[in-house]
Design a protein around this ligand. Structure first.
Ligand code: GN1
Ligand code: MG
Length: 357
């Protein structure tokens, strides 16, 4: 791995390399040299079909953001991810096995969280995500659609139907109750997505993977920098909102076995929504604002489907820590979905109130 790290334009000689982070998709390491620290990633080839295009997306977006941060008097090295190229100036290194590696600068003094501990932290996270969208609102360079249909439930149903038909791991008969959770909501989810298909909701540059550990906070809890930019795509803003609520406002864990511990914490929801809207109200259309409350159900539902589908497929997509991990995750996300259904009107009222003030 040292030989791989040395393919990149690092300051100083490589001293140590250690595992980093909690991501479900890529393998992530921290590289320490005499002068600085870096983040090395082996990108997941099964998930990402065109990693060079993905890195071009990330480079385009981060350079654009850096320029905006610079003009606003901020620190582009700390507030935006920095991609480190290889010696021959490509954005990835391909090893002998065909694996793709990438490098970025580690941001010193930054902190990641696995859960929001206070509404104030949730507010800061919401503000960070809202700011990310706002700064990118006028990004009009091409962005390759490297994950077609990522949050498109119609496309997800296509994958789901195939997965059920294949029953690759022979588990289908053991999860009939869970399959019914998906089927019973199919129509309402398609109706919601139809607003996008009919053009009522615009596509914007969004992050698409806004769980709380994909943002760096500073030591005072302020949002510093969005990370894990693999999924930056043009998609509806509500995806980032709904996906964030899954972690910022969940009283339990994403894979909690204690289903009674899982549910939407309305104080955290309010904190997140307040921070998000403080930035996003500048550009959201009424139709986009109107979709935010339901987006929590939409993305949480999609996540139940994705975890369950991976369980049916025999765990080929997400990293797992135990044989039934995807099933445990699907059940916990279903409990969160039920809570989001019960709290949908309250979430809608909170958003309305925040927008009036
Ligand atoms: C994955 O890579 P990571 O762990 O930040 C996934 C997200 C899921 C999330 C579930 C590219 O995110 O879409 O919501 O796990 N990323 C990809 O925790 O599929
Ligand atoms: Mg991540």
């Amino acid at each position: 791995m040292q030989r791989i790290a040395e393919q990149f334009r690092l300051d100083g000689a490589v001293r140590t390399i250690a595992a980093l982070g909690e991501g479900f998709i890529n393998d992530t390491y921290i590289v320490t040299t005499d002068c600085a620290r870096y983040v090395l990633q082996r990108k997941n080839r099964r998930v990402f079909a065109d990693i060079p295009a993905m890195m071009r997306n990330i480079q385009g977006v981060t350079l654009f953001l850096k320029e905006k941060v610079r003009r606003a008097g901020g620190d582009p090295q700390r507030e935006v991810m920095t991609v480190i190229p290889t010696h021959d100036r490509t954005l990835h290194y391909r090893d002998a096995e065909g694996d793709y590696w990438t490098m970025s600068l580690f941001i010193e003094g930054s902190v990641t969280c696995e859960a929001a501990t206070t509404p104030e932290l949730a507010r800061c996270g919401g503000q960070g995500i809202g700011r990310f969208q706002r700064l990118l609102a006028d990004y009009d360079a091409p962005l390759a659609d490297i994950l077609p249909g990522f949050h498109n439930i119609r496309i997800r149903f296509g994958q789901w139907d195939d997965s059920l038909a294949r029953d690759a791991a022979g588990r289908r008969a053991t999860v009939t109750r869970e399959i019914e959770w998906i089927e019973s909501r199919r129509d309402e989810m398609l109706r919601f997505w139809q607003r996008v298909e009919e053009g009522g909701i615009p596509l914007r540059v969004t992050h698409n993977d806004t769980k709380i550990n994909n943002i760096l906070f500073d030591r005072n809890g302020g949002a510093l920098c969005m990370i894990d930019l693999d999924t930056v795509l043009r998609s509806p803003c509500f995806n980032d909102f709904g996906d964030a609520i899954r972690t910022y406002a969940n009283r339990g864990r994403e894979d909690d076995e204690d289903l009674a511990a899982v549910g939407v914490d309305m104080a955290m929801f309010r904190g997140f929504a307040e921070g998000y809207l403080s930035e996003a109200r500048a550009f959201l259309t009424p139709a986009e604002s109107d979709a935010l409350a339901f987006s929590v159900r939409y993305i949480t539902y999609e996540q139940v489907l994705r975890f369950l589908m991976d369980y049916l497929d025999g765990d080929t997509y997400y990293k797992i820590g135990r044989p039934d991990h995807n099933l445990v995750r699907a059940r916990a996300q279903h409990a969160l979905l039920q809570s989001a259904e019960r709290n949908c009107d309250r979430m809608r009222d909170t958003i309305g109130e925040l927008l009036r003030n």
